[in-house]
Design a protein around this ligand. Structure first.
Ligand SMILES: C[S@@+](CC[C@H](N)C(=O)[O-])C[C@H]1O[C@@H](n2cnc3c(N)ncnc32)[C@H](O)[C@@H]1O
Length: 304
């Protein structure tokens, strides 16, 4: 770590609320890691699940899931997270390559238990800024310190709520807006109020010089509740007590991909299923599908 910003708001950890979703993603990554055809490997993921009282009894291997791939949560949804991890790993590494602009600053918004700073092979000179709430990052450090984990790039945790002044915290921590940057909001925006999402996207634009890149995930459904009886939502609620629909912000969403295009970014919008087909594994569309509105957006700011 090269430094820690100390301005914080919101100390909730991984024991409940939206912080618990970070543990759910960690369990999914642990399961993915041990699949024979895994799309992404994260050797740290299972340690988070084993360390937190809130995830006691959750599986970290497919063999611990009685229904296997037929289980909507630990089968299909976990595979979704495995695919998302792989696709966004690829995006980040592609974006820091010299021919893509050679950005050396990476900002993980709502980083949760993302261990990319520890497991990806970053080019020299990269700095990974990780923004999440204080309690989530404290838990993450407790587990990683216990494993004597060493980051593969300079890593700067920034414990702050994204509804507070995270820009001041990021710049105080050494982010340089004159240099290209790579941004990631993975599994985050649908938990934020629409105004916070709009502020976040506008701010990423302001802080990004030409050659910068951003990836984020959104849900396009007009009515989130239309899928409230989907197996994915009901199994997540019934098996591990996470009521995603209760955690998602119910306000109408801004058109963030459209807003970035209006600001001159080049954007591409994909369904997860596009990548399932590309990789030959992952979730495919089904009836009453809670993933139906999910989109992964990739945006690049051209050089002047
Ligand atoms: C589903 S987890 C995803 C974590 C990580 N991006 C990943 O994919 O592994 C959502 C994360 O967003 C964080 N988050 C949600 N609302 C936030 C806020 N207002 N400020 C900071 N972090 C927030 C949560 O603490 C949690 O770690």
């Amino acid at each position: 770590m090269v430094g820690t910003a100390h301005r914080s708001a919101g100390v909730e950890g991984v024991e409940g609320g939206v912080g618990l979703t970070a543990l759910m993603v960690a369990a999914a990554r642990a399961i993915e890691t041990h699949r024979h055809d895994s799309l992404a490997r994260d050797a740290f993921a299972e340690h988070f699940v084993l360390a937190a009282p809130a995830s006691a009894g959750w599986p970290i291997r497919m063999q611990q899931v009685p229904d296997g791939d037929a289980d909507p949560l630990w089968g299909r949804f976990a595979r979704y997270f495995g695919l998302r991890t792989r696709v966004l790993d690829d995006f980040l590494l592609r974006s820091v390559r010299a021919e893509a602009g050679g950005a050396r600053q990476v900002v993980l918004l709502g980083a949760g238990l993302d261990t990319r700073a520890f497991r990806l092979d970053w080019p020299s000179g990269c700095v990974i800024f990780e923004i999440d709430r204080e309690g989530v990052l404290a838990f993450k450090h407790q587990v990683l310190d216990g494993l004597s984990a060493t980051p593969k790039a300079a890593r700067v945790p920034i414990p702050i709520d994204l509804r507070a002044d995270w820009v001041g915290a990021l710049t105080d921590a050494g982010f340089d807006r004159a240099e290209p940057s790579v941004w990631l909001a993975e599994g985050l925006l649908f938990y934020l109020p629409g105004a916070s999402e709009k502020y976040l996207i506008d701010t990423v634009d302001l802080l990004s010089t030409g050659g910068s890149a951003l990836a984020f995930e959104v849900k396009l459904e007009k009515d989130l509740l239309a899928y409230r009886d989907s197996p994915l939502y009901t199994s997540t609620r019934d098996q591990i007590g996470i009521d995603l629909l209760n955690l998602f912000d119910g306000e109408p969403r801004p058109d963030s991909a459209g807003d970035l295009a209006d600001k001159g970014w080049s954007t591409s919008v994909h369904t997860p299923f596009d990548f399932t087909r590309r990789h030959g594994r992952g979730p495919l569309p089904e009836q009453n599908d809670a993933l139906e509105g999910n989109r992964w957006v990739f945006a690049n700011k051209p050089r002047p």
